[in-house]
Design a protein around this ligand. Sequence first.
Ligand code: SF4
Length: 221
Amino acid sequence: MKKSLDREQLLAVYSILLEHFGHRSWWPAKTRIEICIGAILTQNTSWKNVTQAIANLEKAGLLNAKAILALEDADLADLIRPSGYYNLKAKRLKSLMRFLDENGGPTLRRFEKWGTDNLRKRLLETYGVGAETADSILLYALNRPVFVIDAYTKRITARLGWSHKDASYDELQELFSRRLEPSVDLYNDFHAQFVALGADVCKPKPRCDFCPLKGICPKLL
Ligand code: SF4
């Protein structure tokens, strides 16, 4: 990690992205459970494929934990087929829904009494839930100030010279959480800005000519 990197540099990048893309209002979902469902479905696929799978579940009236748990695995897999790895994701989705339903209740309100560290630990113990999925649920569904790291964040921070390309999830998360005050609103939109930049501009083959960060990115200096 770049040792001289400070809070002001992080916030300067966030400001440029915010001005360019506008506030992202992420995560696109109507309910907390829908966010949790999306957090599983988005594993190893683009968001575009997830929206089709979510639309299938919504059309069938299945965007709640009990309804998903009542489905046969094969029927659930069929509905979420557009998100890819559908047999595996059907099992993961049921496992997460079981944990959420048993512990958080239908609206997840019971989690309000849980500390963030304990909640994260229990999520990570749930089948099919890794760090990115757990943190997406914590930040976007449960309003906990936990910075989410994804493939876009990893790529962009490496290209900005903030980290090395083999940095671990925890190292990247600390890059942000050690320099920024815990803030659900900031962490929410900062991550969403990286999603916007990584999906459309800072792609595996970067489109630097169109990038709002081209004036400060060391790749071009
Ligand atoms: S200038 Fe290019 S490499 Fe740097 S962040 Fe933008 S798209 Fe990525």
